[in-house]
Write a protein that binds this ligand. Sequence first.
Ligand code: AMP
Ligand code: MG
Length: 327
Amino acid sequence: MAHAPRTYTGTPRNLALLARVLRGGGIVAVPTETVYGLAADATSRAACLRIFAAKGRPSSDPLIVHIASLRDLGRVAVPNAAALRLAGKFWPGPLTLVLPKTGAVPGVVTAGLPSVAVRMPAHPLFRRLIRLAGVPLAAPSANPFGYVSPTTAEHVRRSLGRRVGHILDGGASRVGLESTIVDLRDPGRPVLLRPGIITREEISRVLGVPVRNAGRPRGGNRPRVAPGQMARHYSPRTPVSLHASLRPAQAAKGPRDAWLFVSKPVGRQPVNVFWLDERGDLRRAARRLFAVLRDLDEGGFRRIRAELPPGTGVAEALRDRLTRAAG
Ligand code: AMP
Ligand code: MG
């Protein structure tokens, strides 16, 4: 992309213009409630190839397809009863379902897999843009492959720069973590491919069966490809190390390290102590995580030492992203 990116507010006129860009096979960075995405017409191979080129994303890494109405689900995927139950309960929202794909989805979107990952996002501007474009939109996170996901338009500008021409600014992402991904290809045996703020326990309650983890891919078998499952992903350049329990007193011994807690430690803290949420609310912590990692990455620290929150639910998603940040 030769020009610096233009940022657009969500006026009807701007949305119409961006929808034209998308219908013409272009790419647009879009706000979603999870993280900012880099969107293209999911039915166009050429358009989706532009996403991979802009991100430096390997073609083995499939994209999520975003729809604005339940009527469009059958256009891209073959739904089953479990999928419809989850969609009824959690859509629009941060839950992605993996289902058999239809012929409308080119192989480049699914990395050649016969399955497709689909989500109906909740962000009103993104939904309006999908409707105006009139096609489902494929969109991974709008960041260079492997780096921390963007949760503001400014993050997108700073890390993709001239590689994207158009950025729709819809404010800071409300969820702040990528969607939960559930594999429903075998509807009786749902598999959690990526934890998120819609938790394993919530999904399990709706389906009435446990939601398992993806097993280790066996030799000879096609792995259940999930970029979210790659070891190093969402990573700052500063090395990250993880700690089951951190004490703020330790920070004095590592003044060149950033010490990252989930909640604010009691008392006055040295300048190299940080926290995700004052009271340790896990949803608020999730919302801030990526912005904090970006800030710390630019803070000149030798290392980021992060506390892993214990427990189930949203803590599982936070541990997942911190663990990936640590590579
Ligand atoms: P990202 O767009 O970077 O958040 O990553 C896309 C996510 O979608 C990956 O983490 C994959 O787990 C998932 N995904 C996309 N397509 C498929 C598919 N066909 N089968 C399994 N997982 C998929
Ligand atoms: Mg990503």
